[in-house]
Structures are given as structure tokens and as C-alpha cells.
Design a protein around this ligand. Structure first.
Ligand SMILES: NC(=O)c1ccc[n+]([C@@H]2O[C@H](COP(=O)([O-])OP(=O)(O)OC[C@H]3O[C@@H](n4cnc5c(N)ncnc54)[C@H](O)[C@@H]3O)[C@@H](O)[C@H]2O)c1
Length: 371
């Protein structure tokens, strides 16, 4: 059974790190016969140069027809004008909207070999294994009205925080589903002491929790969560929250492992199905997978970017969109082994330590993928 992968390398270091992830997937394909077929499309700044728009329709069609999609990063100083009508990030927002990517997943699991790179104490960070799920297509970033205007007291502005029960239910369901394959605990985060939208969130989350009695469940206020995330992060398993709270908490959580170059992410859509893998039928969900870092224009073209977040994003794709759990575990194991062997790109190397290039790190991971 073949699997179609849409590839959007994007701008800056995007193409450099994407090439390493694809090479790793090809190595796994040779070993495990995953039937991977890759097709690439231009999006972001390069698409603006080529077609005058950040997200050409054929890129959306490519993703629609694929089993999973990989995205490097978009943007860069060339397209930075905030007043420009077409901007690279329109590609990201457009893909989320067109593909209904409503659940953004960010695993935070510091690698043992690197816990000393965290700004937090080793005893706080070691053993952390959190999955943060952020609702991605609703809330205050999309609510109407959202505008500036002149009022009786001068300039004023309004944004609207709006959620339907269906939008809350589907993302909280994802949290419970995924908690079952992990440590069986869901923490729902809101601001129910102040916001009506959060009171609805809490109500619906409790209803979903009632359908999954085997999973431990708790509610936390977002301000308390911001503290607990850095004081006792080991106590959390799956955290689920609305769009803006998730935006802020995921960046806070990203600091736990100490480097952005290591953090993958997935944005899952509504398209679900099953795939035959190794004679077994596995549930799969379509998703877009990307590192959490940006296009890093300061190091683009130098061949020094850390490809590990992109490689780990492709491992998430193998597991979640292709049902290839064993291949995903082999790839993650290869990354851990490379780091445990002391291999570092420039962003991770301490002074005096040798820094590998992007392709050297990619090769090192491939050499450690064992069949
Ligand atoms: N999903 C996306 O496509 C995405 C996300 C964030 C930012 N951006 C865009 O990226 C551009 C740069 O943004 P920024 O500088 O705020 O964030 P950034 O993540 O690109 O870079 C921040 C810092 O981290 C370093 N860095 C990032 N990824 C790295 C890697 N893999 N290896 C080594 N070092 C790495 C960079 O060199 C830089 O010093 C902007 O145009 C922004 O809009 C895109």
C-alpha cells in the first residue's frame, strides 16, 4: 500500500532541514517497504516570487490528496513588509483553514543527553513527557468583530473570543484519544473564573471526560498552568486548551528541552481512516507536520541548521498519519542515539564542542536507523 506525502520545503532553512527528513524517510522505506511517494510544492515567500501568492491552489490540492504533509518553514526578511497584501505566513493560515487543521500537537520530551541545555534545573526537567494540544481554528484569532475604530472616547479596538460546543468537543476528544496511548491523564486549561467561552469549554470538557472514565481528568486555570508548567512539569501528560492560551503555553513549554531545533509539531485535521501496516489495520488521521522553529534567515544557506525537529516531525507523521508506529520509533530512537553519542549541531554545541553541519547530522541519524 503506497502513501502519498505532500512536501512543502518553504523558505530559509526549510528546504535544508526538509531534505534531511526525506532522506531519513527513504532509508526507513528501503528497510520496511512503506511505499512512500513524495511530491513537492512551493509555498510561502518563494511562491510569492513565483506566483504572486503564498499558497497556490495546487499546493492545497496536493495536500488534500495526500496521506500526510511535511512543511519546513516559511518567511524571511525579503517578504517582511507588514503592510504587504501577500505575506508568507498566509500559506500557514491558509493550509490550516483549507484542510481544517483544528488540533495542534506539540510533544515536549527533553532528551536525557541534553537536559543540561535547559534553563531550568535538571531535577525539574528530567523525565518530562508532555503533549500540549492547542485548538487551532477558533477562538480570539478568528472571532468577529475584530477591528479598530474611532469611538466617543477616541481610538478603540475589539477582538472576539467565540467557540461553539462542537469546536471544543472535537479537540478535547483528540486529547482523550491520545492520552490512552500515553499516561492516561488529561489537563484542560481555561479561564473559567472570568470568561464565558471558558465556562463553556469547561462544561464540554467535563462531558467528554465523562465518556472516558478510564482517563484521569483535571481542570486548571491558565495563569496557574503557566506556573505549574515550569515548577512541576513532570506531573502533566496531555494538556488541552484553546487557541490563544495554547499559543502562549506551547512557547513556554518549548523552553523545557532547551533548544527550539529539537521540537516537532503536528496539526491534525478532520480526515480520518485506517491503513494496513504489517498485516494490521491501524487508525490514521491526516496531518501537517512541521518543526516549531521558523525559517532562521540568519543561518539560511550556511548548511548549519539543526534538522532534528524536522526529522522528529516526520516521525510523528509516520505514527499518526501512516500508522507506521515501528518505523516512527526507529527514527526517534536514531535521533536519541545520535544525541547520546555526543553529536551536536551549532545550536546545541557548547564552546569547544565540535558542531556538525545539517547534512552531517542527517547522515548520523540515518546511520543509526536500524532495521
Ligand atoms: N512555521 C513557520 O513557518 C514559522 C514559525 C516561526 C517563524 N517563522 C518565520 O521565520 C522567520 C524568522 O523568525 P524568527 O527569527 O522569529 O524565528 P526562528 O525560529 O526562525 O529563529 C529564531 C532563532 O533560532 C535559530 N534557529 C531556529 N531554528 C533553528 C534550527 N533548526 N537550527 C539552528 N538554529 C535554529 C535561528 O537561527 C534564530 O537565531 C520570520 O520570517 C518568521 O515569520 C515561520
Amino acid at each position: 500500500m503506497s502513501a502519498k506525502i505532500a512536501v512543502f520545503p518553504g523558505d530559509g532553512i526549510g528546504p535544508e532541514v526538509t531534505a534531511e527528513a526525506i532522506a531519513c524517510l527513504q532509508t526507513l522505506d528501503q528497510q520496511a517497504g512503506l511505499g512512500l511517494e513524495f511530491e513537492e510544492a512551493i509555498i510561502g515567500g518563494h511562491a510569492i516570487d513565483e506566483y504572486g501568492e503564498a499558497l497556490p491552489a495546487k499546493a492545497v490540492d496536493l495536500a488534500r490528496g495526500a496521506d500526510g504533509a511535511l512543511l519546513g518553514a516559511v518567511g524571511g526578511p525579503k517578504w517582511d513588509d507588514p503592510n504587504a497584501k501577500v505575506r508568507p505566513e498566509q500559506a500557514l493560515l491558509g493550509l490550516r483553514k483549507e484542510l481544517e487543521l483544528f488540533a495542534n500537537l506539540r510533544p515536549v520530551k527533553p532528551v536525557d543527553a541534553l537536559v543540561s541545555a535547559s534553563t531550568l534545573k535538571e531535577e525539574v526537567v528530567k523525565g518530562v513527557d508532555i503533549l500540549v494540544i492547542r485548538e487551532l481554528t477558533g477562538g480570539i484569532y478568528f472571532g468577529e468583530p475584530s477591528e479598530r475604530r474611532n469611538g466617543a472616547k477616541g481610538r478603540e479596538a475589539v477582538d472576539t473570543l467565540f467557540y461553539t460546543e462542537g469546536e471544543i468537543e472535537r479537540v478535547v476528544e483528540v486529547a482523550f484519544d491520545l492520552a490512552k496511548g500515553r499516561n492516561n491523564k488529561v489537563t484542560s486549561v481555561d479561564k473559567a473564573n472570568v470568561l464565558s467561552s471558558s465556562r463553556l469549554w469547561r462544561e464540554v470538557a467535563a462531558e467528554v471526560a465523562g465518556k472516558h472514565p478510564e482517563v484521569k481528568f483535571e481542570n486548571l486555570l491558565v495563569d496557574a498552568m503557566a506556573m505549574h508548567l515550569i515548577s512541576r512539569p513532570r506531573e502533566f501528560d496531555v494538556i488541552v486548551t484553546e487557541n490563544m492560551f495554547g499559543d502562549i503555553l506551547t512557547d513556554e513549554a518549548a523552553m523545557l528541552p532547551g533548544s527550539m531545533g529539537l521540537l516537532p509539531s503536528a496539526s491534525l485535521g478532520t480526515r480520518r481512516g485506517t491503513r494496513e501496516v504489517g498485516g494490521q489495520s491501524r487508525p490514521v488521521i491526516f496531518g501537517l507536520y512541521e518543526p516549531i522553529h521558523g525559517s532562521a534567515p540568519d543561518i539560511a544557506g550556511k548548511g548549519v541548521a539543526n534538522p532534528l525537529a524536522m526529522i522528529l516531525s516526520s516521525a510523528m507523521m509516520l505514527r499518526t498519519s501512516l500508522g507506521a508506529d515501528e518505523a516512527a520509533a526507529r527514527l526517534e530512537g536514531a535521533v536519541e542515539k545520535a544525541l547520546a553519542d555526543g553529536l551536536r549541531t551549532g545550536d546545541l554545541a557548547r564552546s569547544g564542542e565540535k558542531a556538525l553541519s545539517t547534512s552531517q547530522m542527517g547522515n548520523a541519524v540515518r546511520e543509526r536507523i536500524v532495521g
